[in-house]
Ligand binder design. Structure first.
Ligand code: PLP
Length: 452
């Protein structure tokens, strides 16, 4: 299997090549050259464990990695999950399920992809004998999950930029209390956008980024999309057969990464009735699916900070399929978006997607109502998905973070503070972070000194 770029000007890459470079050289995003039809395999996959299913599924795409090696990579990637089912499906009532994606080491769904990505990087280091320096900017969960995925790996250093004072105290502890020597948490003076801009400039210096074999950890890596397809498949297989065809996955999303993975799986022949895109007050995607207009606005901080995004970076992948694989048209639309700050889609197929947006006040009310009704605590991101469920369908709500990661929001809603042992463990540990200006030269000098 080879992978092509949404912009059509990159020669086909193998799985490992596409994972290593992240963004395609023509500025596009990687997609499988051909989508497999999974229909004939579904019956045989019925009773597989999560790890077995993930190995089978990824094996279709990662054809350049020997089967036994891939199986070992997948096994290692999910050993640090604390629930035996990895992604348990909890039934709340006759038409409502929750797919819990927060049993990984950093208690958010990003662990599913980033534990795997860390092990794929390690495999590449072993294959090539070359070291790798991973660089990323985060507003919270991605940084913690990337650090956890690369913790203590040989021949690898990880540099994560985050805005000083603007991530939650627990998220900061997850990045700074690891005790690992290959991890550098860089607290940048400025906003997330300042950190992101510095990062982009560093990657734009090709000589520097090649000299240090820099790799970007962000939400557009192909491995992340494919790893995320697996839990949709696992949940679908767990549903009673009569409910499968009526299922709608309800997905808290910011940059369209998580929900795109589910949609892609449906394109491979898994019969799923629909997807609901649940945003917070940063409602770019809700506006898109209700009006056809894609127009990013200013970011408003919310109770669900990992969805405080106004640029749906994975949207380009969906666009490629919407435009029937016409890469020239993708390039034209992306250029227009850049030039005009927005785009109106005329013949936008909205049959499989519905959407909603939740304000902060609504999030607090939803946490309270879900708790009263089901005696179940949802985190503020997951709460967005509970805004209004379609009673005609079977809803599977994706729970993207453990409520203990956001104790203040839960306390305000239901007057109790959830705890999790993994977070309690971090509290007595020393915080090790490096304060830097949002200045490209200062950050480069820091990397220069510590890169492996
Ligand atoms: C990152 C994140 C999201 C949004 O994920 P997308 O890739 O934007 O769909 C939602 N919830 C939590 C807890 C997250 O960490």
């Amino acid at each position: 299997m080879k992978f092509i770029s949404t912009r059509g000007q990159t020669p086909p890459h193998t799985f490992s090549e596409a994972v290593a470079v992240g963004l395609a050289p023509d500025g596009g995003l990687f997609l499988p050259e051909l989508l497999p039809d999974l229909t004939p395999r579904l019956a045989a996959w019925q009773n597989l464990s999560y790890v077995q299913l993930c190995t089978e599924f990824l094996g279709i795409f990662a054809t350049d990695i020997p089967e036994d090696v891939l199986a070992a990579i997948v096994r290692r990637s999910y050993t640090h999950f604390t629930h035996p089912e990895i992604a348990p499906l909890q039934k709340l009532d006759d038409s409502t399920y929750v797919l819990e994606l927060f049993h990984g080491p950093t208690l958010a769904f990003k662990d599913f992809a980033l534990q795997l990505l860390g092990n794929l990087y390690a495999h590449q280091c072993r294959q090539t004998g070359r070291s790798i320096n991973v660089l990323g900017a985060t507003s919270g969960d991605t940084g913690a999950a990337a650090i956890s995925g690369l913790l203590g790996q040989r021949q690898t250093a990880v540099f994560i930029l985050y805005p000083e004072g603007r991530v939650s105290p627990l998220q900061e502890r997850q990045m700074t209390c690891t005790g690992a020597e290959n991890v550098y948490a860089l607290a940048i003076d400025g906003s997330f956008d300042d950190a992101q801009r510095a990062l982009k400039n560093i990657f734009a210096d090709h000589a520097f980024s090649q000299r240090h074999r820099l790799s970007a950890v962000n939400s557009i890596n192909l491995a992340r999309v494919l790893a995320q397809c697996v839990y949709y498949l696992y949940a679908w297989l767990k549903l009673p057969p009569a409910e499968r065809r009526r299922v709608e996955f309800v997905v808290p999303t910011g940059n369209f990464g998580n929900v795109f993975a589910g949609w892609l799986l449906a394109e491979m022949g898994v019969p799923i009735l629909g997807f609901k895109v649940a945003t917070n007050q940063n409602d770019l995607l809700h506006r898109l699916f209700t009006t056809g207009e894609y127009r990013p606005g200013p970011v408003q901080p919310s109770l669900a900070p990992s969805m405080d995004i106004q640029l749906a970076s994975n949207f380009e992948r969906f666009l490629y399929y919407e435009l029937a694989g016409d890469a020239a048209q993708v390039r034209a639309v992306m250029a227009q978006l850049q030039a005009n700050g927005g785009h109106r889609f005329d013949n936008f197929d909205r049959s499989t997607f519905s959407s909603s947006a939740a304000t902060d006040a609504e999030i607090t009310g939803i946490i309270r109502r879900v708790h009263e009704r089901y005696n179940y605590i949802v985190d503020p991101h997951t709460a967005c998905a509970f805004k209004e469920l379609n009673p005609e369908r079977v809803s599977v709500v994706l729970a993207t973070a453990h409520p203990a990661k956001f104790p203040d929001a839960i306390q305000a809603a239901i007057n109790c503070t959830p705890v999790h042992p993994a977070l309690e463990l971090l509290k007595p540990r020393p915080v090790v972070k490096y304060r830097l200006a949002a200045d490209e030269a200062a950050i480069k000098a820091f990397i220069e000194e510590r890169a492996v």
